[in-house]
Every structure is written in structure tokens, then in C-alpha cells.
Ligand binder design. Structure first.
Ligand SMILES: [Fe+2]
Ligand SMILES: [Fe+2]
Length: 327
């Protein structure tokens, strides 16, 4: 038997749907694409997932520059696989954004027009091969701190994407650390190269977690919706605590005179990143912002014929299928 909705049913639908959504979040269950969700939740997720996807794709550039110059076949194969993984992460995440009704071409357009951001970290240069190692160690390490809690994010497709992505990120971090420990067993010049890269990447890596909690306007809503599980400062602290013993083992010095173990807190105290620098880099004034965007734009234009050819091919296949069905 069908029940007929009264004409005003739609007016009452939303509070009921909202209650159902709130209960799903409260029970730590996943919100799925077919479920009703508040507009703000959807918008926040699209922004976060798109920004994450853009970061994976732009993040291919700084290390990609070293693929043709890797010092051995083994290093080239590892780096090639790593950069390819990042492309996969990007595509995976664009697909997750599409489950929310976003359009991938539109998201790319927004990135290229500068209306959507990517992680500030990828606007720093990679002048030596040690940078490849330090990016793996610090940047992929920071990504792991950020992304492991996202495996429990309230939005199902995003959480599931993160499970696979995190497995690959941990390989990325280890290849970086292994590269650096090889260099540290090498010549004095190689050790100096590693220390120099550590000095340049340490503070920008701490900035990857975003501004301090007090200045992070979107965090509160994301935490309430359980999209995000930990605050920026908490994740930054975890990264520091994880990295300090690794630096000691490697034999490098982290460039922070205030860095020390705090017995009482059971955690490390550390200095304050230069937040003005983060603001400048986000505003587009980092050392490589223009270069990264220019290369992304060019890659998009160079790929136009592939997209057109794929669209034309899909149309022909559809037409053939229709003919077959009509016959
Ligand atoms: Fe990645
Ligand atoms: Fe990675």
C-alpha cells in the first residue's frame, strides 16, 4: 500500500532529515552519497576534497622535476612510482568530490583560475636531490598525520579513499627516509646537502597543518561534522613528536632552537612558524606559485586534444550501441 504525502510534506521533510543526519554523525556512522546532507556539509566537503585533490596533482611537480635526473635506475624507478601514486590520489579524490555532485572539469577550472587552493607546501623549490628525500620524510609524513584520522571521516567515499591513500603515503615516507639515510652514510657533501634540505623544509612542513587553532575559521564546523577529527595544532604536535626521534636516528638537526622534550606534557615544545610567510604563500607570493600554476595550466591545455578525442570516441560508441539496439 502506498501512503500519499500531504502537499506540505516537503516543508516538514528537512527537520526530519536533519535529525536523521545528526543521528548518523552522533553514532559515528558514515554519510553516503545517496543520503540527505546539509548544504554546508556538502560545500565544506567539496572544498576540502577538491583542495586535497589539487594538492596531490600540483604536488607531482616539485619531485617530478627530478625524474630525469635521478642518480640511479633504482632511484628513478622509485621516484617515478611515487609521483604516479600522487596522480592516482588526485584522480581518486576528484572522483570522491563527484559523488557530492561536483564536476571534475569545473574543479580543475577553479584551480587554474586561482579560485581554489592547493597546499602551500608545493610552492617551495627542489634544488637538490636531497629535497626528494626530505619531501618524502616530512611532507608525506605530515600528510600521513593529517590523513590517517580522515580514514574515520564522516563522509564514506572520502574516508574509504583515505585508507588506500594512507597505505601509499607510508611507502612514500619510508622511501624518503631510506634515501636520506643512504645519503647520510655517504660523503660530507651529501650529508651537508641533506641538512640544507632539512633546514629549508622543516618550517614549511609545520605550516602544512594550517594556521593555529584560534585562527582557523573552518575548523569548528568540520570538527562538529566529524569531517576533521583533530585540530591543526594537535596534528602539528603529533608530527613533531613523530619526527624528532627520526631526525636523531638520521643524524640531522631540526632548525628550531626552542625544540625540546617537555617531561611534564610528555610531548615536545617547539617554536612558532612564521605565519606571515604562510599567508604570503597562500596569497600566491611563494617562491614557486607562479611556476606551478603556469605548468598546471599548460598541462591542461596540452591535454585538451586527449579529452576531446575521448569524448568523441565515447559519443561514437554510444551511437553504435544505439544502432545495435534499434536493429
Ligand atoms: Fe598523495
Ligand atoms: Fe605521497
Amino acid at each position: 500500500m502506498t501512503t500519499h504525502r500531504k502537499p506540505d510534506a516537503a516543508d516538514h521533510a528537512e527537520p526530519e532529515l536533519q535529525r536523521h543526519f545528526d543521528a548518523t554523525i552522533a553514532r559515528d556512522q558514515r554519510v553516503e552519497p545517496r543520503d540527505w546532507m546539509p548544504d554546508g556539509y556538502r560545500r565544506t566537503l567539496i572544498r576540502q576534497i577538491a583542495q586535497h585533490a589539487h594538492s596531490e596533482i600540483i604536488g607531482m611537480q616539485p619531485e617530478g622535476e627530478w625524474i630525469t635526473r635521478a642518480p640511479s635506475l633504482r632511484r628513478k624507478a622509485i621516484l617515478f612510482a611515487k609521483v604516479q601514486d600522487e596522480a592516482g590520489h588526485g584522480l581518486y579524490l576528484y572522483s570522491a568530490a563527484e559523488t557530492l555532485g561536483a564536476d571534475r572539469a569545473d574543479l580543475t577550472e577553479r584551480l587554474i583560475e586561482g579560485r581554489q587552493k592547493y597546499s602551500s607546501i608545493f610552492n617551495y623549490p627542489t634544488p637538490t636531490f636531497a629535497d626528494v628525500g626530505v619531501i618524502g620524510w616530512f611532507v608525506d609524513g605530515a600528510a600521513i598525520c593529517n590523513q590517517v584520522p580522515l580514514c574515520r571521516s564522516s563522509y564514506g567515499p572520502y574516508a574509504r579513499a583515505m585508507v588506500r591513500v594512507c597505505k601509499e603515503e607510508s611507502f612514500h615516507q619510508r622511501q624518503g627516509y631510506e634515501l636520506l639515510s643512504t645519503m647520510m652514510r655517504g660523503t660530507g657533501a651529501q650529508r651537508a646537502m641533506v641538512q640544507d634540505a632539512v633546514d629549508r623544509w622543516w618550517w614549511p612542513s609545520l605550516m602544512m597543518f594550517g594556521p593555529p587553532d584560534g585562527d582557523s575559521p573552518n575548523s569548528a564546523a568540520s570538527m562538529a561534522w566529524k569531517i576533521k577529527r583533530h585540530s591543526n595544532d594537535e596534528l602539528r604536535q603529533r608530527f613533531v613528536d613523530m619526527t624528532v626521534p627520526q631526525a636523531e636516528k638520521l643524524g640531522v638537526t631540526l632548525p628550531d632552537p626552542e625544540l625540546r622534550w617537555n617531561e611534564e606534557r610528555g610531548r615536545h615544545d617547539f617554536g612558532t612558524p612564521d605565519w606571515a610567510e604562510l599567508t604570503r604563500v597562500i596569497r600566491g607570493e611563494g617562491p614557486c606559485n607562479a611556476q606551478r600554476m603556469e605548468r598546471r595550466r599548460r598541462a591542461h591545455e596540452d591535454g585538451a586534444w586527449v579529452r576531446e578525442a575521448a569524448t568523441a570516441h565515447a559519443a561514437k560508441r554510444r551511437a553504435r550501441a544505439d544502432e545495435g539496439a534499434a536493429a
